[in-house]
Design a protein around this ligand. Structure first.
Ligand code: FA5
Length: 349
């Protein structure tokens, strides 16, 4: 038996059609939520208001309308979920499209760094000295007057200070080290003999800069202390260094010199790598290239660090690393090293 549709049933049918049509046009998730509240919301949803009115209907109608309302509710809920799924998929697809990677594009190459020529030479020096049993140490670039000068037998007002015009941090007390020699003292204070140490590092002098002088440059300090130790051994070490760096036939010569912390003192030269001693522009026609300063550690310096000079003796030397790098790579101006010109730096690896 068919029963005539109640007003409520007609209203439900119309609402369902309207709600579904609206849903199909919704594009954003906040609009979906608004749609849900409007039709299915517990407080003021249109469907809820039909359900709330059921109590007023006569028994038969109440059951039919109740069923119909439930069907509409289920249909709307399912349609809502389906639309939500569609929108989610669409959003994901457009995100993929936006973030698409074109793997056929060539990658961006990361430029490779180069080892600085001074680092290359320092590394070589460390290797050569390690082979001779020396250990490599480091010391501070900001030094006290005591370590840089006084403990090295250079008291205040000593004329030797004039040769190393200084950058002071606290005048008379703290300075940028002018040489790596303060590490002789630092090492002897910490170690008991035998000592075999080298200390490479940066040093600072208030210099007039030219093609062979920088205000910031590098030295390597060497120190050997033992019960027996002679200048012949110093010569052997320097000769081996020159030959490892510049070839097996290199000759070395010692010239008497003066340093307050060594006695006797000597500067050492190597025969010119360009002309083999004949004389050329590079060696200023002398046949020799200056390598560094050296000498037997002064007994006063040994006593100052608590070593007994009647038991221990030793030698020390200091070389300029830039000068070695210039000879090795044929560089004619020291200012290239800190000039930051990539055309220069890229030649080394
Ligand atoms: C010294 O600095 C002593 N400390 C060396 C020494 C150590 C002697 C241990 C005895 C015992 P000198 O001032 O000569 O000495 O410098 C040593 C080397 O540093 C020089 O032979 C030179 O190669 C380098 N050098 C000196 N001044 C400069 C500069 N302005 N620019 C670049 N290299 C420099």
């Amino acid at each position: 038996m068919t029963t005539a549709q109640t007003d409520e049933e007609r209203r439900l049918g119309e609402m369902r059609a309207r709600a579904l049509a609206e849903l199909a046009t919704i594009e954003a998730s906040d609009a979906l939520e608004e749609w849900r509240t409007r039709y299915l919301g517990r407080e003021r949803g249109e469907l809820t208001s039909v359900l709330k009115g059921l109590g007023k209907l006569p028994g038969d109608d109440r059951k039919r309308v109740g069923q119909a309302a439930n069907e509409v509710k289920v249909a709307l809920e399912q349609a809502l979920e389906a639309r939500r799924g569609e929108l989610r998929q669409r959003d994901q697809a457009s995100a993929l499209e936006r973030e698409r990677l074109d793997v056929t594009l060539p990658g961006r190459t990361i430029p490779r760094g180069h080892t600085h020529p001074l680092s290359l030479v320092t590394r070589d020096l460390a290797r050569i000295f390690r082979q001779m049993g020396f250990e490599v140490y480091q010391g501070p670039e900001v030094e006290t007057d005591y370590y840089n000068f006084q403990a090295l037998n250079i008291p205040q007002d000593h004329p030797a200070r004039d040769m190393q015009d200084t950058f002071w941090v606290a005048p008379g007390q703290i300075l940028l080290r002018t040489q790596t020699s303060p590490n002789q003292i630092r090492i002897m204070e910490k170690m008991r003999p035998p000592v075999r140490a080298i200390v490479p590092g940066r040093v600072y002098r208030n210099e007039a800069i030219d093609a062979s002088h920088e205000a910031v440059f590098h030295q390597v300090e060497g120190l050997l202390i033992d019960e027996t130790c002679t200048m012949a051994e110093l010569r052997g070490v320097v000769e081996r260094l020159a030959r490892e760096l510049f070839g097996a036939n290199r000759k070395v010569r010692f010239r008497p010199s003066y340093f307050p912390f060594t006695e006797p003192s000597a500067e050492f030269d190597m025969d010119c790598i360009n002309c083999n001693g004949a004389g050329c522009r590079i060696c200023k026609y002398s046949g020799w290239l200056e390598m560094g300063g050296s000498g037997m550690v002064d007994p006063r310096v040994l006593r100052g660090v608590g070593y007994d000079p009647s038991v221990y003796r030793g030698f020390a030397f200091g070389l300029g690393i830039e000068r070695i790098a210039m000879l090795r790579y044929g560089i004619d101006d020291i200012r290239y090293f800190a000039g930051n010109d990539l055309r220069f730096l890229r030649q080394f690896s």
